[in-house]
Ligand binder design. Structure first.
Ligand SMILES: *Cc1c(COP(=O)(O)O)cnc(C)c1O
Length: 396
């Protein structure tokens, strides 16, 4: 027999004052979502069936689709990405992976792991994908599946040409998979109108739920492809036909993450009550307020204005300041968490779900400016905070 280890209890490990989560996810969750997440019920039976039925109804609204084929997945946003890929990409399927950064490439890697023949369209740093370049690739490579992120969290790039790209790809007969993990419910993403065949999202970003329970929507057309396949996908847990057992037939696939599903139900319910129009407006106003505040302080935003993502704001690290030090100091001294980045010399502040609240913005902007000042940058904190206030008051 081994002896049990002596470890600290959680209460001794967790910060006494919670950190304000203003990075690129996970984001703060509303109290009612946290409450829902504390409940365990039977994963099968009438109560769960009703919850799943309502979730699909609400998800159809959030995805802006009439498709029946809404499924959840016990796993991170990446598992939803993998589920979309492994059900639509077969050995030999030609895939075009549009990449504006880390997550775009992840799609391509997932597709090649299931045997897809992947071509990468690498978009230059800080830029959105251009329709003409995508057209040229579609024409030359004739892919059967195209993958793209609406918002590339890693580089804070917004593919503002997404609706044109998805419609064009459909004209070429392509199945289009869109990663909307950080954008869904923060800005328009219209699955049916834009002719998208699969939209994936995670819980912990735009939806302001917990990490680890995700959603996916397949179009009718995508579902026909899934039904017509001749061999099952390599991942048993991610097999959409098996997931249909739970999400459509009230029976067993694997034990669903009941608490996380309840949390996601509550998060979707809050979105429906707020309405997408109001929610988009809140996100836009808050993100632009933050961006104007950052600039008024004397800091610079990353990338060209039209390809800047509002859901995650990229801020250039001023000369002479160390990026890792900013993230460390702002957390230690001001109890605000923000994100560094994979490679680029930027720090990132999230504007997803509960992050878009005026009191969080003021605290974060003040903490960012003060930290930069502490680290020797020449910033005007008061000017930034005043500009944020002006921006938020606009139109009120
Ligand atoms: C966070 C994120 C993911 C991955 O989500 P995980 O839950 O970390 O797996 C994928 N795509 C985008 C755009 C993201 O922001």
């Amino acid at each position: 027999m081994q002896t049990p280890p002596t470890v600290d209890s959680l209460i001794n490990i967790l910060p006494t004052e919670p950190l304000l989560m203003m990075g690129a996810g996970p984001v703060p969750i509303p109290h009612s979502v946290a409450q829902a997440n504390s409940i365990v019920i039977n994963h099968l039976g009438d109560t769960m069936a009703k919850i799943i039925h309502q979730m699909k109804e609400m998800a159809r609204y959030v995805f802006q689709t009439e498709s029946r084929w809404i499924l959840g997945v016990a796993g991170p946003g990446s598992a939803a990405m993998e589920m979309s890929v492994c059900n639509l990409v077969f050995p030999g399927t030609r895939v075009l992976s549009v990449c504006n950064g880390y997550f775009g490439r992840r799609f391509g890697e997932m597709a090649s792991r299931v045997g897809g023949q992947v071509d990468y369209l690498i978009v230059p740093d800080g830029e959105a994908a251009q329709l003409a370049v995508v057209r040229e690739h579609l024409e030359r490579l004739r892919p059967e599946v195209l993958t793209i992120a609406q918002g590339e969290t890693s580089s804070t790039v917004f593919n503002h040409t997404l609706p044109q790209i998805t419609k064009l790809a459909r004209d070429y007969g392509c199945y289009v998979i869109v990663d909307a993990v950080c954008t869904l419910s923060t800005m328009p993403c219209e699955m049916d109108n834009w002719k998208i065949d699969a939209v994936v999202t995670g819980g912990q970003k735009g939806l302001s739920s917990i990490p680890g329970v995700s959603l996916i929507a397949f179009s009718e057309r995508a579902w026909e492809r899934i039904n017509a396949r001749t061999a099952p996908p390599p991942h048993w847990c991610l097999d959409a036909k098996l997931a249909e057992q739970f999400w459509h037939n009230a029976s067993y696939h694997y034990t669903a993450p009941v608490s996380g599903i309840l949390a996601l139900h509550e998060a979707l319910h809050l979105i429906c009550k707020e309405t997408l129009e109001e929610r988009f407006e809140r996100h836009l106003r808050c993100s632009l307020g933050l961006q104007r505040g950052v600039e008024a302080m004397g800091l610079s935003l990353y990338g060209a204005a039209e390809s800047r993502l509002n859901s995650v704001v990229g801020i250039q690290v001023p000369a002479g300041v160390n990026r890792a030090e900013i993230c460390k100091q702002i957390s230690l001294k001001y109890r605000v968490e923000i994100s560094g980045s994979f490679g680029l010399d930027i720090v990132r502040i999230g504007q997803m779900g509960e992050q878009c609240r005026a009191h969080h913005l003021f605290r974060t902007l003040h903490a960012l400016g003060s930290t930069m000042k502490d680290l020797g940058a020449d910033v005007d904190v008061a000017a930034g905070v005043a500009e944020l206030e002006r921006e938020l008051q606009r139109g009120n």
